[in-house]
Design a protein around this ligand. Structure first.
Ligand code: IVH
Length: 698
């Protein structure tokens, strides 16, 4: 088929006034929040906010960027699908990126999508609607009909190689069915790995019995089960698969529609969801959405909406993609579900940083596909605003996913003589005062030795996103703290089999496994240790940036705020927070003890990329604005690989300033100092070994 790709006109950019400071700041904040929650979701499999809340952040950022196009950066989360690969598995680069789908939250937004796509082509459009499966996307590659590579989506460009784990799924055919002549030389099938709800309940039951952590929902359980180091564990987890899309295909029959594609995938031996239907208009699609929404809990697995797709593959090719999603599909997201129940009590939990978070203890109620017995109430103001009181009948909302929320009281059902709830004055765990600093929303337990904080700090240290000590979850940490074996992270490294076996529920074998896991964690890279330290604002992204820039923890400790902020991905908030953390004696003592215990990983600084040639030796580059072909970090790597240096501030000594889209003040500075300015094309030519000519210059 001839690839006629009629693109709609490029969005017009209003080159006018600069956005006001508070808008710039809000956009920055939103990016940071989105990045953070993306990481909680994709890297840690432990989201902190409901999907609906996350979607609201993305929508707010999009709206700001639409109003002020100069705010758009190439690395903005609105410009790429969420998620990034975690590093336990080898990376797999997707030959075709695994994109995201744009969302619609109402009938109007669905119809508006219909109008948009119909504007792109003349013939009428036929739609296919299918459940939006709430699992994790995988790519399955078959070479000559044999399953060869299986990968997670990761950040859409690079995923994780989980082939061996995927081989344990009964739903994944090891060989394609059919006659040899119909089997493509290369075929990539994409789909969603799910954990059926019955398997999820059974797994949590087993986890509970074994004192292991419980999974928040079936999606996280599926993700956690697929990303096991030991495929033998994945094999015990009853994962299922539905396929819904092809990636690379070389050979095989010519397919003209999505329906044909699904039928062919089925014939090859892949499971395809049975609830998929085609419609000639979006009214039909909407009726389907209502029907599926009504019946969603009888499906036996979690879904969070319906995906509507254009059926004709030729039409799809004409419609094309934006940078993050195809134009030919839209995900209609179900609104969160609500139910009423009795609020038994309001209690307060203490986190790793001492933050005291009120939560509702509820008469368990089945909502959003799960039994809910607790729900967050965020902070004092949230409780006051909702005015929920123990004894109230309350509305509980669960967005089919993460943390259930109390929406508010049914005042008509309020029992007599209730009083507004008051925030407790003392920490429920250690009895020390709970303090709310003026201007802040949260109360904190002021006692750094509070056992609850201690436990949470240790749990965080050992968590999957940090040093990843398998078998050291909350239950065990609590047990060890209570037994006087642990106070801080350094104590973990003094645990021995002999010290563990006298404890309840720990046999010789599990003690040995734990000690081995602890030993192995000493070899974790620097960034994971940095995450584990729990420095405010230092999540995996900032930690990785730091690890790339420094030799070790010591070098970070002695760095000035200026040196820190010079790193791409480290702003003033992070730099200050790092400074504050290292200024505290007990933190420095902790580092010393960790070092003595053998936890002192080197950074990647200086061991970056090998120099491929020395063509840039002696040259310094400053990058400003966003490049189309690569991120600034990647560009800096390319420069380093040629023996050059990328720095952050422009001076007379700077050899070149590379200017991308929406450059910052460095552009003006370069002009002022008369430094040679390169646009992206000229920079690429230089990388390719050419000389920048005057014409290439901006
Ligand atoms: S089609 C380019 N169909 O939703 C998009 N995706 O939010 C091709 N998903 O990454 C994907 N159910 O993981 C498609 N029936 C379905 C789906 C589905 C769930 C997931 C998929 C995708 C995400 C986007």
């Amino acid at each position: 088929m001839a690839a006629r790709r009629s693109r709609p006109p490029a969005e017009t950019r209003s080159s006018g006034a600069r956005p006001p400071g508070e808008v710039v700041e809000r956009a920055r904040q939103l990016r940071e929040l989105i990045e953070y929650h993306n990481e909680r979701y994709f890297v840690f499999d432990e989201p902190e906010v409901a999907d609906a809340e996350f979607d609201a952040l993305v929508r707010e950022l999009r709206a700001l960027e639409a109003e002020h196009p100069s705010l758009v950066t190439s690395d903005s989360p609105t410009q790429r699908p969420g998620g990034r690969p975690a590093s336990t598995f080898a990376p797999v680069t997707h030959r075709l990126p695994m994109l995201s789908i744009d969302n619609a939250f109402s009938r109007e937004e669905l119809l508006a999508w219909g109008t948009r796509v119909q504007r792109l082509i003349t013939e009428p459009i036929r739609f296919v609607a299918e459940p939006k499966l709430d699992g994790l996307a995988v790519s399955l590659t078959y070479v000559d009909g044999v399953f060869t590579i299986g990968a997670t989506r990761g950040d859409g460009v690079t995923g994780e190689n989980v082939t061996e784990n995927l081989r344990t799924l009964a739903d994944i055919p090891p060989k394609l069915k059919g006659k040899a002549k119909d089997i493509p030389a290369l075929l990539e099938v994409r789909g969603e790995v799910l954990m059926p709800l019955a398997a999820f309940e059974a797994l949590n039951h087993r986890q509970g019995d074994a004192g292991e952590r419980l999974f928040t929902n079936a999606r996280n359980a599926a993700a956690g089960s697929l990303r096991q180091k030991d495929p033998g564990i994945t094999a015990t987890r009853d994962l299922a698969l539905f396929t819904y899309q092809l990636g690379i295909k070389e050979g095989g029959p010519r397919l003209r529609t999505h329906e044909q594609t699904l039928a062919w995938m089925k014939a090859l031996g892949f499971p395809v969801n049975p609830h998929i239907k085609a419609f000639d208009d979006l009214d039909g699609v909407f009726a389907f959405i209502e029907d599926i929404e009504h019946n969603r809990h009888s499906l036996g697995y979690d879904i969070d909406g319906v995906v509507a797709k254009v059926d004709d593959l030729g039409q799809r090719a004409e419609m094309g993609f934006t940078s993050r999603a195809p134009r030919w599909a839209i995900a209609y997201k179900f609104p969160p579900e609500e139910k009423t129940t009795i609020l038994r009590d309001i209690m307060v939990s203490i986190g790793r940083t001492g933050r005291a978070t009120p939560f509702a203890v509820l008469e368990p109620v089945f909502v959003g596909g799960a039994n809910v017995g607790m729900a967050t109430l965020h902070n004092e103001d949230d409780v006051a605003r909702k005015d929920v009181r123990p004894g109230d009948t309350v509305v509980v909302r669960r967005a089919g996913d993460v943390i259930p929320e109390v929406v508010g009281p049914v005042v008509a059902k309020r029992p007599p003589k209730t009083k507004p709830w008051k925030f407790p004055k003392k920490c429920p765990e250690c009895g020390q005062p709970l303090v709310r600093v003026e201007g802040e929303a949260n109360h904190h337990c002021v006692n750094v030795d509070c056992p609850a904080q201690r436990v949470q700090r240790l749990v965080h240290w050992a968590s999957r996103g940090a040093t990843d000590i398998e078998g050291l979850g909350e239950e065990r940490v609590r047990q060890f703290v209570d037994a006087g074996l642990l106070e801080d992270a350094a104590d973990i490294y003094a645990l021995t089999v002999d010290r563990l076996v006298p404890l309840d529920r720990i046999g010789e074998r599990s003690a040995q496994l734990l000690v081995d896991a602890i030993e192995a964690s000493k070899r974790q890279p620097l960034w994971r240790v940095l995450v584990g330290l729990g420095i405010n604002h230092v999540g995996p992204t900032a930690a990785q940036a730091l690890a790339r820039a420094f030799d070790d923890v010591n070098a970070i400790m002695t760095a000035t705020e200026e040196q820190l902020t010079a790193i791409d991905g480290v702003g003033p908030t992070i730099a200050q927070s790092i400074g504050r953390w290292f200024s505290i004696d007990r933190n420095r003592r902790l580092l010393e003890r960790l070092r003595a215990a053998g936890v002192d990983p080197p950074g990647e600084h200086g061991q970056q990329r090998e120099i491929v040639d020395a063509s840039f030796a002696g040259l310094t580059f400053v990058l400003t604005g966003s490049l189309e072909n690569r991120t600034r970090d990647e560009a800096a790597d390319e420069i380093a690989a040629r023996g050059g240096k990328a720095t952050s501030s422009v001076s007379k000594k700077t050899s070149y300033v590379v200017v991308g889209e929406s450059p910052g003040s460095k552009f003006a500075k370069a002009e002022e100092l008369g430094v040679t300015i390169l646009d992206e094309a000229a920079f690429e030519a230089l990388l390719a070994g050419g000389q920048p000519t005057l014409n290439d210059q901006v």
